[in-house]
Structures are given as structure tokens and as C-alpha cells.
Design a protein around this ligand. Sequence first.
Ligand code: PMP
Length: 355
Amino acid sequence: MPQILNNALDAVGNTPLIRLDKIAVLYGLKCNLLGKVEFMSAGGSVKDRIAKAMIEAAEKEGKLIPGKSVVIEPTSGNTGIGLAMACAIKGYSVIITLPNKMSLEKEAALRALGAEVVRTPTEAAWDSSESHIGVARKLQKEIPYGIILDQYGNVNNPLAHELTTGPEIIEAVKSTPSTSARVSSQKVDAIICGAGTGGTISGISRAIKKTHNKDCIVVGVDPEGSILAIPSSLNTKTEGAAYVVEGIGYDFIPDVLSRNSADIDEWIKTNDNEAFDAVQLLMRNEGLLVGGSSGSALSGTLKWLETRKDIAEKEGLNVVIVLPDGIRNYMSKEWFLNRALHREPTPLAHNIAKI
Ligand code: PMP
């Protein structure tokens, strides 16, 4: 029911699950492809949920003092935006340490929300003093009332997804009945999700496997260059290679990423090009203005389904793809502008030129 919300934090999460029918048809899939569209959350990404959860938990534990506390967090940007939004509302200062490769749009959003932003070298190893994590730790030691909520180790990160993202997906799938045109198992049969901290995939997996469908197949998506995929032989060929997509992949294993094969059944690697092409596919066919890691999730899904004809060809099975943020974060990036502005002229453009 529509109602007046108290503030923007009440508009975090509760995002739609949207059918990707045209892409399914294009790829000859009989199963249902469903996108969990997280850019529709108040701060524009899946990470709003954990920012809100970590702030609220720290408040409950008496760790935050309005007007005094300085929340310091190393992030690829989206957790920072969620934290800056929460802190703007609640009256805490914020410093975000952000690797150089992350977009100017994220820095602008952070600064607009009142945060300070410290850029760090992308190539610095996670445990070096120059990395976004190292610099955050150094700042926390020096700044009075500085506190790192630590999304890489904070149980409220996966828990936020176990309590919100997962149940929202389950509820949407359970409560949408089959019709003669659209058959549905009314279960989440597979879910594909990229991993950065791994909080999203670990939390959603627990929600689904514990309360809904223990046989749901959970597939992690990891960019070439990162080392999160299991078995590690998947990573060796490309380990350490630079990649442009933001928010997924790391050079260390975050504590909140479940390594339990009961939580994450399979992993698939993706590269920049296929991810960015898949972003275009989502925009042009489904009208969804998603970001780069959403393209990774979709291209990972399409590759995975090629190996799983038993799922791809079965009418009614529900394959859910987590689409973590929106194109707003990447409007100035070359990969986006190249595809959006410098694309082949359409027949319509030829007609316009003749008028
Ligand atoms: N995509 C984007 C754009 C992100 O910002 C993040 C968060 N780093 C992720 C995916 C991955 O989410 P998680 O940290 O929960 O694994």
C-alpha cells in the first residue's frame, strides 16, 4: 500500500523482479529469466541494504555518536553511497576510500551526499598500506571517533541479504502464479550473482536454501583477473589481469564470502567485453538502465545456461539474475559512451538524415 515514508532509508530495497522475456527469446531459452533490479533502491544499488543494516546495528551497539562519529569505509563506491546517504540523514561524517578505477560519477554522488573521498591506487595489493583498505585503516587510527564498519567482515553484510534481498525474490516468485502463457515452477530454481565482498550471493543463497528450495543452484560470477572463483584453477590463467568492470572481483577472499560449496554451487568467469555487451542487451531489449556488473551477471548466466541445457530448455524453471546497480554510475565511462553514442546508425537515423 502506498504510504508516506520517514526518510530515504525507508526506500532502500523492496526492488522489483522483472522478466527478461525478450532476451530469453533471443537466446532460445525456455526457462524464465528474471532480473532483480537493484538500481531502483534509494541510493541506486544493492549495497544500500548493507549500509543501512551496518549503520543500524552499530547504533544499536552504541558505537555511533551523532555529530561526532566519522564513518570510514573502503569500498568500490556503492557501499559508500549507501553509507553517505544514511549518514547524511543521521548526522555522522563520512570518509570513503575509493580505488582510482572507480567512476567519477560515484565520487560525485559521494561528495554530493557530504562524504569526503580519498582516491587510492587501483593496483595496490589489498594488504598494502596504499590500498583502499590500508588507507582506511590508517585514517581510522588518526581520526578521533573514526570507525570502520568493515563490509568485508561485518556479519550484517550477508545478513542484510538473507533478511531482505533473498526473501523478496522468494516472495515474488512464490506469489506469481503460472498462466497458460507463462508457466512457472513458483520456485527459485537457479540464481546467478556477481561477487565483490560476496555478501549478496552468500546471504541470498542462505535465504533460498534454508527456507525455500535447498536444491536451488547458486552460481557465482567472477571477472577474469580476480581470484574469488572456486576451483582456483578457474582463476589461474587470468589472475592479476586488470579489468574495467567495477564492484566485483578481488585479489583476496573477503571473510563474508562463503567458501562453502553448499552455499555457492558453481562459479563462472566473465570478461569486460561480454559484460558491457550484455549491458547493451539489457538496455536495448528490456529497457533496463543497468551498470557494468549487471552485464557480467547476464553474460555469466547466458554462458552457464549453454552448459545446462536441462535448465535452459525446461519451461517454467525460474532463473534469477541479480542486477546490482544502474548506468547512472558509469555515464562517462568509455565502454558506455562507445556503445551508446558511437554505435552503428539505425535505419531510422538514415531516414532522419534524408529529411
Ligand atoms: N556490483 C556492484 C556494482 C557493486 O558495487 C558490488 C559491491 N561491491 C557488487 C556487484 C558485489 O556485491 P557484493 O559486495 O555483495 O558481493
